[in-house]
Design a protein around this ligand. Structure first.
Ligand SMILES: [Ca+2]
Length: 335
């Protein structure tokens, strides 16, 4: 259901209808039942219906697509370690790969650079187990050299045991072309490890990692960009497919709880209505459309065939009813 209601009223003596939208979500929240948080830069409010931020996302959140900041970097400022030491006594420690800076020049002081060490490794402790899918690695790259061969053939692992690398979830290609590497590491784990296979020359048996971002969709979102919304009752959905493990929230049905419905026991699909506006909201009780029916359809929910043409906008709105009393000052809102 929409997070805002569209109010319309007639102006006395004029054959027109004035409409405006009222947000019904508190600042910083949006969407169905206002159950989603915005995550915008500087705490800015997002669109109450779509969640789109007016500018950038907050520091540890990433814009999956269209300004929807629902991908959280769960590695940000977590504890990172390595058993491989650091190069040449510099302060290029493992924590620099989760410090939030994507600066890819190691001399900028925000990259991890291990000592030349057979099978170098880097590990981050996320603090608890996460269901992971998408990871972005920012590798060291500078004007004269990109050093990308140093992460070629390296492996990525997930584990719940800090003493082992754990399950392999990704192998870097033998040839790397881009210093920002978007990859899929699909699985669950508390510890994520990157390990050099130790097959290169000694000076290249190092890891030069400037930032590792590990993303998890926020509660109630799913998909590669975390911009799809599931509507499970008291639970999150499967992060890739959106499937709910149990019941749907009221007003939704289907395996993924992504089909809006209305009426007794929510038996009627909103998609089956013939609304004049294809983006119309769907009243949870009677399925009424915002601006009436398509030509040839009638009834509160625009599901009955008719030859009378478009019926006028229904008075029963999504959350409110506005009764026209002759002037804007007489607008009356009832529930
Ligand atoms: Ca960094």
């Amino acid at each position: 259901m929409a997070a805002s209601c569209r109010l319309c009223f007639a102006v006395l003596g004029l054959a027109c209808c004035v409409c405006f939208t009222l947000s019904t979500c508190p600042r910083g929240q949006f969407g169905d039942s206002c159950s989603y948080s915005c995550h915008c830069e500087g705490g800015a409010a997002c669109n109450p219906n779509t969640g789109k931020c007016p500018r950038a996302c907050a520091l540890q959140w990433k814009d999956g697509r269209n300004g929807i900041c629902q991908r959280e970097n769960v590695a940000f400022n977590k504890t990172a370690t390595s058993t491989s030491g650091t190069f040449g006594g510099y302060n290029w420690t493992p924590d620099k790969a989760v410090d939030g800076s994507r600066n890819q020049d190691v001399h900028g002081g925000s990259c991890f650079h291990s000592a030349a060490n057979y099978s170098s490794m880097w590990r981050v402790d996320l603090g608890r187990q996460y269901r992971i899918h998408h990871v972005t690695v920012y590798h060291r790259t500078e004007a004269a050299h990109n050093f990308l061969h140093r992460i070629a053939n390296c492996t990525m692992h997930l584990s719940n045991d800090n003493s082992i690398d754990g399950t392999l979830c990704y192998t870097f290609p033998a040839t790397i072309y881009n210093s920002v590497i978007d990859l899929v590491c699909d699985g669950s784990g508390r510890y994520l490890t990157i390990r050099n296979p130790g097959t290169a020359a000694e000076e290249d048996d190092t890891l030069n990692i400037c930032e590792v971002e590990i993303y998890e969709c926020s509660h109630g979102t799913y998909g590669e960009f975390c911009d799809k919304f599931c509507h499970c009752h008291n639970s999150s959905c499967e992060p890739n497919t959106g499937t709910c493990p149990g019941d749907c929230r009221p007003g939704w049905q289907g395996d993924r709880c992504n089909k809006e419905c209305y009426g007794v026991h929510c038996k009627k699909p909103c998609a089956g209505r013939k609304c004049a506006d294809t983006n119309s909201s769907c009243d949870r009780y009677n399925g009424s459309c915002d601006t009436g029916c398509l030509v040839g359809w009638t009834g509160d929910d625009c599901t009955q065939g008719s030859s009378k043409g478009t019926r006028p906008p229904t008075r029963q709105m999504t959350d409110h009813v506005v009764e026209e009393q002759g002037s804007p000052a007489d607008v009356r809102i009832v529930r």
